[in-house]
Design a protein around this ligand. Structure first.
Ligand code: BGC
Length: 768
């Protein structure tokens, strides 16, 4: 704190007083904040600010203006000038942001800076693989680095606050927003949530070049009925605590400074007005001290939900449930003052809501550094080191699903036909919330393959088929996706024939099929998960040529590739892999990088199996391939690829699985060891996964649950012993019978291996 004192010793008594109440910067000349201020300092500063504020100004801090949505130009400026806005979203670029900030700082009575928020979910200028792809790396260090780069670029362009990480558990791939999260598992989801918070926020809130994180959508959005976006979620208490809340808890524990409420009803109560979520869980159970912003227009949305009677009632329900900031709907701005005057809420309640918002602004250093340096972003956007990381991230998110007949790695000689609607589509390399990305920067698959093989092999391309969304996406314009002209019937036939021709005359074929980026994400839910358009037909026609064929699946969700899994020799899922995706995937195709991605989500055979997830409970007749079991009679009930699955060009063998003590007391940790050896010919990374099953308890327990994982790199022939610890946290669960967390005595199974079907087994007992 010497740093601060030195700064204000040089000031006049008046300036010092103004600084103390937050009206002037504490250290306007300082370039960086060396250390975070203490809690006491921050709170004292908030208190003195609050003393200066009128009720209207306090309510203004709770209002987030959405530029472009009923606001803009003079009206927006006027609201800011009157202290009617604490935050702005959907504004891009340091210059535009500085302009608005200048009004807040220079023209509003108390000079309180605005906090700018934007969705920075998989990069800002340099775009990384989509979050579901990043999750496939199971590489938490990488994910932290990626989000730190995203934060650095965004902060340079004037953003302070990202609406990320999205930590919604999703077990229904029809839901478009499955691509924004880390998949189906609470343990993996929690680890990735923490890694993202660390990446965005850095070592503390206000660390230079970092952002404030906003954990969303609290909570249960991923369980939307039928996978339809915004639809109601019905989640039993045990699933809520054991599954859906777990990544949120982890993010809060990692110090995330803000949360966002979700759009949907959770068990009939909209998340934005849900006192159980916002008070009982978030603040009381987890001790969260930050602030909660609504999702866009969701305060107002509680009226259309059939929950709130009118705008005043919506504002009342949100504020009393514990929602601090109203995103975009201005329901707070227009109604809170009236509610205070009617004594339905007190000014103290308003102050309590404002407090953490001011606190975050102070911590972020916005009073000292309200403006962005407009020259900075050009210097670091798409910097070579950012692109290098984007390439590494793309490599690590590849999940090799099948590789037979030695198809992969691809040799560098011989002609290659690159075919499919996603092979050369730069807009589909990146996905949702990548509005700042310059698509021309994106390296497509075709370009990546040409960069890699162009010198030694003939690489040709045909699109073959065109795919389009039946109902265009609301987000196309926001994501800068250009409208594509639809092919005529004649062109369709011609392009199709050309692709077949090309395949016939080439030695090998790489098909790049899947979904457009616009087919997943918000408002990207769909009723089936088939390959859209004519892709399946083209795939079958080309496969019938009996050429070496590699299928690259591009998507924001698992899609139906069951036919391909039976007829195509090599398949890899690459999601939407980002700016450097084409290069990263080419590195893997030729074997310069060994694939190591593992599915963060169960891959169903078709939509009829949804929901399907590995951590389901057993039944009285657990499924086998035959007999009176809980299976479908018309198809397998097992998924196409299990959670945690992913192949490598080398092989890993697990052995010597043992527990240090086969009997422990309740609460005593269990140490598990296993040997892993690279038994193939290539150096490679493997994600060793540990699963447990509690055989009996006060409530039925899932057949398996992930409770540990480690990503290790082993040279060919190398061997390593891995140690996992199963402590109280790993062995506890929320029991519906006890309506509480329990650590129970009983017998436990342990498996360790390369996916959720791992066979290597041991067991231990927990005694009272
Ligand atoms: C989305 C949020 C997002 C917000 C702000 C909403 O439509 O559901 O995830 O953060 O818009 O852009």
């Amino acid at each position: 704190m010497r740093f601060h004192r030195q700064k204000y010793r040089r000031r006049s008594p008046l300036a010092l007083m103004m600084a103390l109440v937050g009206m002037l910067p504490f250290h306007a000349n300082a370039q960086t904040k060396a250390t975070p201020p203490s809690d006491a300092q921050v709170q004292a500063r908030v208190s003195s600010l609050l003393k200066q504020m009128t009720l209207t100004e306090k309510i203004g801090q709770l209002n987030q203006l959405g530029a472009g949505f009923g606001m803009g130009g003079a009206q927006t400026d006027d609201t800011i000038r009157k202290g009617g806005a604490g935050s702005i979203l959907w504004v891009n670029g340091a210059e535009a942001l500085n302009r608005m900030q200048r009004i807040a700082i220079e023209k509003s009575r108390l000079h309180i800076p605005l906090i700018y928020g934007l969705d920075v979910i998989h990069g800002y200028n340099t775009i990384f693989p989509i979050p579901l792809g990043l999750a496939s790396s199971w590489d938490t260090n990488l994910i932290t680095q990626v989000q730190a780069v995203a934060a650095k670029e965004a902060r340079a362009d004037g953003i302070h606050w990202t609406f990320s990480p999205m930590v919604d558990i999703a077990r229904d791939p029809r839901w478009g927003r499955i691509m924004e999260g880390a998949g189906e598992d609470p343990y993996l989801g929690a680890a990735i949530a923490k890694a993202q918070v660390r990446g965005f926020q850095g070592p503390y809130i206000g660390a230079p070049d970092h952002l404030l994180a906003c954990v969303k959508h609290f909570a249960g959005y991923g369980a939307a009925d039928g996978g339809r976006d915004y639809d109601s979620s019905y989640i039993p208490e045990s699933q809520l605590w054991n599954v859906y809340l777990e990544p949120f808890r982890a993010a809060a524990e990692a110090g995330a400074g803000s949360f966002m409420s979700a759009y949907m009803d959770l068990n009939d109560v909209p998340a934005t007005g849900n006192r159980f979520l916002l008070q009982d869980v978030l603040r009381k159970a987890w001790g969260f001290k930050g602030f909660v912003v609504s999702d866009a227009f969701s305060v107002q949305g509680m009226i259309t939900h059939g929950f709130a009677a009118n705008p005043a009632d919506a504002a009342y329900r949100a504020i009393t449930a514990g929602l601090n900031m109203d995103m975009a709907s201005q329901t707070y701005l227009q109604n809170l003052e009236g509610l205070v005057k009617q004594k339905r809420i007190s000014e103290a309640q308003i102050e309590a809501a404002v407090r953490p918002i001011l606190e975050m602004k102070i911590r972020l250093g916005l009073f000292e550094h309200p403006y962005a340096d407009v020259t900075k972003i050009a210097k670091i956007a798409n910097a070579p080191e950012h692109r290098k990381l984007a390439r590494i991230a793309a490599q690590r998110t590849v999940v090799l699903l099948k590789n037979t007949k030695n198809i992969l790695p691809l040799s560098k000689e011989g002609s290659v036909a690159v075919i499919g609607p996603l092979a050369n589509s730069s807009a589909d390399m990146t996905s949702f919330w990548a509005g700042q990305a310059a698509y021309k920067e994106n390296v497509t698959f075709l370009q990546g393959i040409k960069n890699k093989l162009g010198a030694s092999a003939q690489v040709d391309y045909a699109q073959g088929v065109q795919i389009t969304r039946t109902i265009p996406s609301f987000f196309d314009a926001i994501m800068q996706r250009k409208p594509v002209e639809k092919w005529s019937k004649a062109q369709e036939e011609e392009e199709y024939a050309q692709a077949l021709e090309l395949a016939k005359r080439s030695d090998r074929v790489v098909m790049v099929l899947g979904e457009l980026a616009s087919m997943s994400g918000e408002l990207g839910s769909q009723s089936n998960i088939e390959l859209p358009g004519n892709q399946q037909r083209l795939l079958e026609d080309i496969a019938s040529l009996d050429k070496p064929l590699v299928l690259i699946v591009v998507s924001g969700r698992p899609i139906n590739i069951t036919w391909a899994s039976e007829h195509v020799s090599a398949i890899m899922a690459v999601w939407h892999p980002g700016t450097e995706g084409g290069n990263g995937i080419a590195d893997v195709l030729v074997g310069e990088i060994n694939p190591s991605g593992k599915l963060p989500v169960t891959w169903p055979r078709h939509a009829g199996q949804i929901p399907t997830y590995y951590a389901h409970n057993l039944t009285h007749q657990p499924e086998t391939d035959k007999g009176f079991t809980s299976r479908y009679w018309d198809d397998s009930s097992f998924p196409l690829y299990p959670f945690g699955y992913g192949l490598s060009y080398t092989t890993f063998t697990y052995s010597n699985l043992k527990v240090q003590k086969s009997t422990v007391k309740v609460g005593e940790p269990v140490t598990v060891q296993v040997d892993i050896a690279n038994t193939g010919r290539y150096v490679g990374a493997e994600v060793a996964q540990l699963y447990i099953h509690q055989r009996s308890g006060s409530a039925s327990r899932p057949v398996r649950q992930l409770k540990g994982f480690k990503r290790v790199i082993l040279k060919a022939g190398a061997k390593q012993t891995l140690t996992f610890k199963l402590g109280k946290d790993e062995l506890k669960y929320w029991s519906s019978a006890e309506r509480n967390w329990v650590n129970e005595a009983g017998s436990f199974d342990v498996w360790v291996g390369g996916d959720s079907n791992a066979k290597l087994h041991t067991e231990f007992k927990v005694v009272p």
